[in-house]
Design a protein. Structure first.
Length: 229
């Protein structure tokens, strides 16, 4: 089975300008995703889809094949799913058809090779359309997450069947992470959205599930890397 890794990295980032190539522990952020993909036994080729010349230069030097993303797929309102489709069609045309689509966002630099391999395996063993990565949620819609009612009061987002007095008694919930998304080209090209089909998951510990969106996430990643040295 031919699996290709894709890293989607736009040039614009309002939360943290220049985020995707910002040095993290001496290495551009995007390089962590490239390195894991290159080292993963089940990955055949690594592609970076970007609209940015600087990101493209870093990606090529780092060992990835660059896909030039059209401007209309690189603005703040462009659904990334359309970028997934564009990348798949580009690879099909320039490198031939393949079986496994693996998206490794640059915002998760702490993922492990094992995380990627587990996600690829889980998709196949569960006969799923999509495998995502999740991590235990710190808050629960059954216990300490509320919504405002029309009367101005608040109530639990999800009301359990019986009274829940401890978070540990509530149904276990998870946050979706950006560690890995694994699917097939056929599913991406013929559907629109992760939950359009049967979705399975792998669980990733919090220390590998940091998703960098702003400077505080960036600092957290640096701290964790320093601890794990």
């Amino acid at each position: 089975m031919t699996n290709h890794a894709f890293i989607f990295a736009r040039g614009g980032s309002k939360g943290l300008p220049g985020k995707n190539i910002r040095p993290l522990a001496g290495k551009p952020l995007i390089q962590y995703s490239i390195d894991v993909a290159l080292a993963a036994p089940s990955i055949d080729q690594v592609f970076v889809s970007t609209d940015d010349a600087e990101i493209a230069e870093v990606a090529e030097k780092g060992g990835a094949i660059v896909i030039n993303r059209p401007e209309e797929l690189a603005n703040d309102t462009s659904p990334e799913w359309l970028s997934w489709r564009h990348a798949i069609e580009w690879v099909n045309e320039h490198h031939g058809e393949f079986k496994g689509f693996v998206s490794l966002p640059p915002t998760s630099p702490l993922r492990s090779i094992d995380d990627v391999e587990k996600a690829i395996t889980k998709l196949v063993t569960q006969n799923a359309d999509m495998c995502i990565s999740v991590t235990p949620a710190s808050r629960s819609p059954y216990f300490n997450m509320v919504k405002q009612t029309s009367s101005g009061m608040v109530e639990l987002i999800n009301k359990p069947m019986s009274n829940v007095t401890r978070r540990q008694d509530a149904p276990k919930t998870y946050d979706i992470t950006t560690v890995a998304y694994v699917s097939t080209p056929d599913f991406v090209l013929n559907n629109f959205g992760i939950f359009s089909g049967n979705v399975t998951s792998i669980e990733v510990p919090k220390e590998r599930a940091v998703d960098i969106d702003d400077i505080y996430d960036f600092m957290l990643a640096e701290i964790i890397m320093g601890i794990n040295k």
